[in-house]
Design a binder for this molecule. Structure first.
Ligand SMILES: [Zn+2]
Length: 364
């Protein structure tokens, strides 16, 4: 998956983000030194736990190879990482104390039957509604009302993935109507969202490659996961986070053909990789993924190019997010999308691998 900086973003961290693979080394040095002055320049995701931290986090330091560095919390989250509750990476340094207030508000929303009003929440915390709104939005990127809506959406997805029927899951999550529940799944039908998915079996096969371990997962409909260049445990944890209620079964035999195709691609990237895919995403994400599959091996596009090709020139950021959510690296070649300045702009599986894939595809 890509971990891009979109080229239209304000770039106080440009110097760091533009250094290609140097990003990882510089970021690692700052993170290992717990250099809190680097807060805001990057965040560090730990692949074994799925948590990301800001520089200066006091938590125990995992091993170097378990880190992936991202230019911003948004990109880390798009790549599937959750914020550390100790260092609260989204908060400005001086606001770490205020993070406790934000957490209290989030907890109050989670515990309430009906979403509390801003005035209620403000009264509870001793802030004015104006200040509380600013504080909460600064920390979470959402208003309390939007946060409550997102929470309901997540509960709905969890209910569906436990195998509850649509009506039970919708009302259990606090929706007053099925229409509201449908909107909350982002246009995915609740039936598709359920495929998170109770009753679903994902078969997996693992191989060693020149990039390290590689894990392929597939449902009966097609390949739903390809991860690589991480320890086996981390790859399996990533798969389980994406499909929390599926039954995961190692099955080398069932996946032999798919696995062979991926390994052939890694040997001769110029040939490209065509696999039957079973992708779960919003309509827009699927359009982006289709557009990426149309980029021939050896060629590159910018995020803007992709947005333009979809007829949505303003959707550069949404394209970048869809790239970062790509569940099947290599098969949906998000590595072929680069920044407008020609920089690689990050890759979920490490910039060095992105560069190696691009160079191998361009050779021959
Ligand atoms: Zn942390």
């Amino acid at each position: 998956m890509l971990t891009p900086r979109t080229e239209d973003a304000p770039m106080p961290r440009a110097a760091l983000a533009r250094t290609g693979s140097l990003l990882d080394d510089e970021a690692w040095a700052a993170f290992a030194a717990r250099d809190g002055s680097q807060r805001g320049r990057f965040v560090a995701g730990v692949i074994t736990t799925g948590i990301y931290c800001a520089p200066g986090c006091p938590a125990r330091l995992p091993r170097r190879e378990n880190f992936r560095f991202f230019a911003s919390p948004e990109v880390a989250e798009a790549a599937g990482f959750r914020a550390c509750r100790r260092c609260v990476p989204r908060a400005a340094p001086e606001a770490t104390a205020a993070a406790a207030v934000v957490r209290a508000v989030a907890d109050a929303i989670a515990a309430a039957e009906e979403t509390p009003t801003l005035a209620d929440l403000a009264a509870r915390t001793g802030y004015s509604p104006f200040h509380l709104l600013r504080l909460f939005k600064g920390a979470t990127g959402l208003t309390p009302r939007a946060y409550a809506a997102a929470l309901k959406g997540r509960r709905l997805a969890e209910g569906l993935s436990r195998g509850e029927d649509v009506a039970a899951a919708a009302f259990g999550a606090g929706f007053g109507s099925l229409r509201g529940a449908y909107a909350a799944t982002g246009g995915m039908s609740p039936g598709r969202a359920r495929r998170g998915g109770h009753g679903e079996t994902i078969r997996t096969a693992l191989a060693d490659t020149r990039f390290g371990p590689l894990l392929v997962g597939a449902t009966g409909r097609g390949v739903c996961f390809i991860g690589f260049a991480e320890p086996r445990d981390a790859l399996e944890a990533d798969l389980r986070r994406r499909f929390p209620a599926a039954t995961v079964v190692a099955d080398d035999v069932a996946l032999a053909a798919h696995l062979a195709a991926v390994l052939r691609y890694l040997d001769a990237p110029r040939r490209g990789l065509a696999l039957p895919l079973d992708l779960l995403g919003t309509a827009f994400q699927k359009r982006v993924w289709d557009a990426l599959r149309a980029i021939p091996p050896g060629e590159r596009r910018t995020y803007s190019d992709v947005a333009m090709s979809l007829g949505k020139p303003d959707a550069v950021r949404a394209v970048a997010t869809a790239c970062a959510r790509n569940p099947v690296s290599l098969a949906v070649p998000c590595h072929r999308v680069i920044g407008k300045d020609g920089g690689l702009h990050g890759y979920r599986w490490g910039l060095a691998r992105k560069r190696a894939l691009l160079e191998a595809e361009a050779a021959e």
